[in-house]
Design a protein around this ligand. Structure first.
Ligand code: SAH
Ligand code: SF4
Ligand code: F3S
Length: 449
């Protein structure tokens, strides 16, 4: 049995895809190992979203080339870099990539690998599909508390900075039944939380059913206690979805709402399809429906043409909205995107650095204040994993609003839901004490068997 090692970069969708790849290859007599030294085949599931992400992968390929065991290993790239950078990767003789498979080609991986192993010739399959959703594959998952499920794939939005529509192709959703079957399997295996994934998850639609309908159906499955979803786009929040998030007790009270920029001219150049005011109005409406909601966001600083004043507009939105946390990125031009073709990358590296440092400092203060406001409150926390600190053994879990909470281990078990009194807070994490252990939210027992 050929031994395979896989490393995953990028977003949760890639984590999920690596589970798909593992399931497909295991079905076809490939065996997975955890050390690259032991493997004959090294796979990197790649991300292309920013220059840093691609650089990291290329450096890793160089490092892995030195592992030989007498015979050269097969090095394969999967995922978003392959479809986005296909030409430059194919032409790059120095890299010597033996195999490339795009995000819609994983069912053909066994054949490609057989070919690469026997012919020792570079092979690739980068065709994107309008229909592939892998809904007939049961991903291979390590035992855990949270299970990822891609409910839609691809993106048709063409934000001008973004490679995803090129790297992953057209939007497509899988059927309600296939999602529900997978969630049922997860529940039977002891998973207690599911995270529904999509590049644009709330534009999910299958036949006449929309994302709110899907959330409500998933929530009917008994042993699943929590449902999360990521990443939604602000353009797809009908009232029915806001109502579902607010009223359905299993749907977590957290929305990741990518802002990207706070100035209308930049939002327009980014093709985000909403104005600053529309975004702010949506935030207000979300909070009317659900006052306790946690809001997080993504922001890009230094998009082409962004003036100091326009950056101040972003700061202003951040101050007004008071996000619980934010991922802030420097704009990085991506080959093939509309922004890279149309707008010179004219905000200097020094300006981008200054803006990101400034915005991070402002957000950190907001996150700290938000987190401190939870001190003294009681929250339900789902224990997700053990963490070892210098001396004590702790566990970590998350609140409904997705805040990380550290608790002393005591008798607590991974997969247990507990009620916690929050006793401390930093900008990134809460600390707490258990006030009630073992809350059983379903008919059956909650701990893994
Ligand atoms: N589908 C998700 C985004 C996926 S990419 C969504 O629409 O929210 C994750 C984040 O990376 C984006 O929200 C954006 O903030 C950032 N990003 C994407 N392309 C980028 C680029 N070219 N430069 C810098 N940041 C980028
Ligand atoms: Fe990229 Fe925009 Fe699609 Fe998100 S919605 S994946 S940022 S094109
Ligand atoms: Fe990266 Fe592809 Fe995800 S570009 S962020 S791995 S969709």
């Amino acid at each position: 049995m050929p031994k395979v090692y896989i490393e995953t970069y990028g977003c949760q969708m890639n984590e999920y895809d690596s589970e798909i790849v593992q399931a497909i290859l295991q079905e076809n007599r490939y065996q997975f190992v955890v050390q690259p030294e032991e493997a004959e085949i090294l796979l990197l599931n790649t991300c292309s979203v920013r220059e840093n992400a691609t650089r990291k992968v290329l450096a890793r390929v160089h490092a892995l080339r030195h592992l030989t065991n007498g015979r050269e290993k097969i090095i394969g790239l999967l995922g978003c870099m392959t479809t986005n950078l296909r030409q430059s990767l194919l032409e790059n003789k120095k890299m010597r990539i033996d195999l490339m498979a795009g995000p819609d080609s994983y069912k053909r991986l066994p054949g490609l690998l057989d070919q690469a192993l026997t012919d020792r010739k570079a092979v690739h399959d980068l065709k994107l599909s309008r229909s592939e959703t892998y809904s007939d594959i049961h991903p291979f998952r390590a035992k855990s508390v949270n299970g990822w499920i891609a409910v839609m794939r691809g993106c048709d939005n063409y934000c001008t900075f973004c490679v995803v529509p090129y790297a992953r192709g057209r939007e497509r959703s899988r059927s309600i039944d296939s999602v529900l079957n997978e969630v049922r399997r997860l529940a039977e295996q002891g998973f207690r939380q599911v995270t529904l994934l999509g590049q644009n998850v709330n534009s999910y639609h299958h036949q006449n059913h929309d994302f709110a309908f899907l959330l409500n159906k998933v929530s009917e499955i008994d042993d699943i206690w929590r449902i999360r979803f990521t990443s939604p786009h602000p353009k797809d929040f009908p009232d029915s979805l806001l109502k579902t998030v607010a009223d359905n007790s299993k749907v977590c009270k957290h929305i990741h709402l990518p802002l990207q920029a706070g100035a209308d001219r930049i939002l327009d150049r980014m093709n985000r399809t909403y104005s600053r005011q529309q975004y702010m109005d949506l935030v207000d409406k979300i909070r009317q429906y659900c006052p306790s909601i946690a809001l997080t966001t993504d922001i890009i600083v230094g998009f082409p043409g962004e003036t100091d004043e326009e950056f101040e507009n972003t700061l202003d939105v951040v101050q007004r909205v008071q996000f619980d946390s934010a991922f802030i990125f420097k704009y990085s031009p991506r080959r093939g995107t509309i922004a890279a073709r149309k707008y010179p990358d004219d905000v200097t590296p020094a300006q981008k650095t200054e803006r990101i440092v400034h915005l991070n400092a402002v957000q950190k203060e907001i996150s700290l204040n938000k987190n401190r406001s939870h001190i003294g409150e009681a929250h339900q926390v789902l224990i997700e994993e053990l963490v070892t600190r210098k001396s004590d053994l702790d566990v970590q879990g998350r609140t409904d609003g997705n805040k990380l909470v550290i608790l002393p281990k005591g008798d607590l078990q991974v997969g247990e839901m507990v009620s916690v009194r929050i006793s401390g807070a930093s900008a990134n994490v809460l600390k707490g004490k258990v006030i009630q252990a073992s809350i059983d939210l379903s008919a059956h027992s909650f701990i893994f068997h």
